[in-house]
Ligand binder design. Structure first.
Ligand code: GDD
Ligand code: MG
Length: 687
């Protein structure tokens, strides 16, 4: 995205209020160096920066009996990497709107391979959990969370916190324009990208809020916003002694915060919530009252305001709602703030009298306040919610949001991790037997060290060995083309490309058909005889590989790569390999055959897998065991790379830093490697 550079920033103690910035380009392209200097004029926030932030962003979607088609549209606008947390206060009973919302979300997430949370605000277990963790201010007399969007937002913030997110954004579910929803999520990320402080807030100003009364009229300001902005700016002006109209987003329903900031703010119940967030920031960090939180004061709080280009069209709820539910609460939180001076107070009271909201000399109603979420015992909340979270996760039956990362990672169990090649490494290069390594496999299992296969073999082939050896860990198939994770293995949400039986599959490579299409273009002129496994019968594969018939059949079930036999002299071989490269494909040599693939390699897959383990278990020490050239990337990506001997009692010449060579061919070497792994001495992290 490309966005206007900032105008003059208003400072109020540690608070920096950025004037509204306009979007110039919704998408400013990839990280390709431009000839025009970026440091001047508008700022560009690259796609990958936005994407990186969105992975840490939870979008809270409050819903109360909205049109379900509109809700569906909103879902489609939320970027894939954001975690959706739907907080419903819809009607239940005979007509169960929650159920319909759950079904829609479930269907959406199944189709788009995402995870989400949906919870009803009035859920009894939620109420009990909040009471137990000392946050009962949000509860009503029945012990359930009170009604209101603000209450829903707080639940969203607490859930985002325990789900390990860094940012939380809010998007109403009555928005008719999915493109606008998408744009809000972009703005949120852009705002955080522009801030250098961990305490940041992005608030959105709609460029237009069209009114449909006969003909479409693109109205810029709502009356509620206009009035609330006026008084909040008056408040700031009296404090800074310089008149300002910097705040244009006092009521911004569409806004986002870093959780570090969100957890520190005090919230108002009802629709005064967004104005109160600003007032809470001023109260705590403007220095007008003693600053309690020195760490925040040092870094400062950024309030970033951006203007969208999509129109904001949502459900209209009438004049009474606007004035009574929104304007009065918004002005009330300014009026009753301990920092508010008499001049601003008098003006607010006068305004409310003029609007006939209060009588002359009457009281300005005061809202109930909710204390900062950080005052809740989040540890306790985590451990209670951890038990129920699978009931609130969709898609049903997919458990990734079933355990909370903060709870799971505390329950450590894995500190070491082994990646191993199969052919020629765990399996003997000639006999394919793992017998010599069996005892060692059992020892590693006894020590709870996961054994992650990382091999050119197909999913079906690897399943055979996983079953025989009783290995339940994730595995990497077809030379890193895909990562296969048992559904209940990791206890946090992650993105994946497919679900196959009880596994989530993260694909890094392109499908087999695409590889074959490209290989089909190799011309005859290379003279080498080229044979594809896909064209051979099971018997033929068995013959050339020495695999038994069952394994040969499974070896043919390739999904992301093709095994190629190239016969001919050196020159022919070289020209064939060059032609493969020209076709845009990659290859590795596994000892006998060439494995042709595109996208994904063992190294990439190992790095992703390591990250998944770390997210779930905390820091892990990684080892890789291999025998040949196609293990180089894997070995380079681990803390301790180990090489076993080839069938001729030699080691392949590999250039990998700190490579440890163990004696023993294939599984015999593997057993030696396992002893080294079990031996804790001299295992130092690479980085
Ligand atoms: N969970 C939950 N609980 N959601 C609720 C509740 C509730 O009790 N009440 C309303 N919602 C949902 C609605 O379904 C909608 O998605 C969203 O909260 C906003 O409610 P609206 O009733 O549509 O609010 P609005 O359009 O008048 O006001 C919006 O814009 C204002 C100005 O920007 C809200 O976002 C306000 O908070 C905002 O100040
Ligand atoms: Mg609305």
């Amino acid at each position: 995205m490309r966005i206007e550079s900032s105008g003059q920033i208003e400072h109020l103690g540690a608070v920096r209020i950025h004037p509204v910035r306009r979007v110039l380009e919704l998408d400013s392209g990839t990280r390709i160096p431009s000839q025009i200097k970026e440091s001047v004029g508008p700022q560009r926030i690259e796609r990958d920066v936005i994407a990186g932030i969105q992975q840490k962003l939870a979008i809270v979607l409050p819903i109360r009996d909205e049109d379900l088609k509109v809700f569906e549209g909103v879902l489609s606008g939320i970027p894939h990497d954001c975690l959706m947390i739907v907080i419903s206060n819809s009607q239940r009973g005979e007509i169960d709107n929650l159920k319909k919302e759950q079904e829609i979300l479930d269907r959406f997430c199944t189709a788009t391979k995402r995870n989400a949370i949906i919870i009803h605000q009035k859920d009894t277990r939620l109420g009990e959990a909040l009471a137990d963790c000392g946050y009962s201010q949000v509860l009503d007399e029945k012990g359930l969370v009170g009604s209101g969007k603000a209450e829903g937002m707080i639940i969203g913030i607490l859930l985002a916190l325990i789900l390990g997110k860094e940012y939380v954004g809010f998007i109403d579910t009555d928005n008719y324009i999915p493109g606008a929803v998408w744009e809000y999520a972009q703005h949120y990320a852009v705002g955080f990208g522009l801030s250098n402080s961990p305490y940041a807030m992005t608030r959105i100003l709609w460029r237009y809020k069209p009114k449909i009364s006969g003909e479409l009229y693109f109205k810029k300001w709502g009356r509620v916003s206009e009035i609330t902005n006026r008084y909040i700016n008056h408040f700031i002006s009296t404090k800074s002694k310089f008149e300002t109209d910097v705040i244009k987003t006092a009521n911004a329903g569409e806004h986002a915060m870093s959780l570090q900031l969100a957890k520190r703010l005090a919230y108002a119940t009802g629709y005064g919530v967004e104005t109160q967030e600003l007032m809470s920031i001023f109260e705590q960090f403007s220095g007008l009252l003693p600053i309690v939180d020195k760490t925040v004061a040092e870094k400062g709080v950024d309030i970033i305001q951006t203007e969208t280009v999509n129109p904001h069209i949502h459900e209209e709820r009438g004049e009474e709602h606007l004035v009574q539910d929104m304007l009065v609460p918004s002005l009330s939180v300014i009026y009753h703030n301990p920092l508010c001076e008499d001049t601003t107070r008098q003006l607010i009271a006068k305004q409310l009298v003029e609007l006939e909201c209060i009588t002359r000399g009457g009281e300005v109603p005061q809202l109930r306040m909710l204390p900062p979420p950080e005052t809740a015992d989040t540890r306790k909340f985590t451990s209670i919610m951890d038990r129920y979270l699978s009931d609130y996760s969709v898609p049903k039956g997919w458990p990734p949001v079933a355990r909370l990362p903060s709870a799971a990672s505390k329950a450590k169990g894995v500190t070491k991790l082994v990646f191993t090649d199969l052919d020629g490494t765990l399996l003997h290069p000639v006999s394919y037997s793992y017998a010599a390594a069996l005892d060692s496999v059992r020892k590693l299992q006894g020590a709870r060290i996961p054994i992650v296969f990382c091999s050119a073999k197909t999913m079906a082939e690897q399943q055979v060995y996983r079953r025989e050896l009783d290995i339940k860990d994730p595995f990497i198939i077809e030379n890193g083309a895909a990562i296969v994770v048992p559904k209940d293995y990791f206890r946090f949400p992650f993105s994946f490309s497919r679900v196959i039986d009880d596994y989530f599959v993260i694909e890094l490579g392109v499908p087999y058909e695409e590889i074959r299409n490209r290989l089909g273009m190799l011309s005859e002129e290379h003279k080498a005889k080229v044979t594809f496994f896909g064209d051979l019968s099971t018997e033929e594969v068995s013959k050339v590989t020495g695999l038994n018939l069952l394994m040969a059949r499974l070896a043919k079930q390739r999904e992301y790569s093709e095994t190629v036999i190239i016969e001919g002299d050196k020159k022919h071989l070289e020209s064939t390999l060059a032609a493969i490269k020209e076709a845009g494909l990659s290859y590795t040599f596994g000892g006998k055959f060439y494995e042709v693939y595109l996208g994904g390699d063992k190294g990439k897959a190992v790095k992703i897998m390591t990250e998944l383990f770390k997210l779930n278990f905390g820091d892990v020490y990684t080892t890789g065991i291999g025998d040949s050239l196609n293990d180089v990337e894997m070995l380079a990506a681990v803390d301790l790379p180990i090489l076993v001997q080839k069938v001729d009692n030699r080691w392949n010449k590999l250039s990998v830093k700190n490579l440890r060579r163990v004696t023993g061919i294939g599984p015999e070497g593997w057993a030696k490697a396992a002893s080294e792994i079990l031996d804790n001495s001299n295992q130092k992290k690479k980085k």
